[in-house]
Design a protein around this ligand. Structure first.
Ligand code: FES
Length: 111
């Protein structure tokens, strides 16, 4: 099982903003909403824009390229919630002054 990895210090991400960090072979967008942190795959499922550079309003981020909106807490595509489209969501925890992320290891194919 993948371990948590420290990516930033508390306070490195201003409220209402996000930053991108490489974790476990993925680019992870870490959002700060109030004093809570949320982590999703940074690459938009549409065409790969950085969601961390999008517009954040509440728990929604709007992609900077074509304005698809995603929930930063569950990854759901908010413009069409009945679709199966969502972005990956990762565990976040704060330990001391560190913001830590856990990205699951890719599934192993059977031998
Ligand atoms: S790349 Fe994100 S909406 Fe198109």
């Amino acid at each position: 099982m993948a371990e948590f990895v420290a990516v930033a210090k508390v306070g490195d991400i201003p409220p209402g903003e996000a930053r991108t960090y490489p974790v476990g072979g993925k680019l992870v967008a870490v959002f700060r909403v109030g004093d809570e942190y949320h982590a999703i795959n940074d690459l938009c499922p549409h065409m790969g824009a950085s969601l961390a550079t999008g517009w954040v309003e509440g728990n929604a981020v709007t992609c900077p390229w074509h304005a698809w909106r995603f929930c930063i807490t569950d990854g759901l595509w908010l413009d069409n919630p009945k679709s199966k489209i969502r972005t990956d969501v990762y565990e976040v925890r704060v330990v001391g002054n560190d913001i830590e992320i856990r990205v699951p290891e890719p599934a192993q194919s059977p031998p």
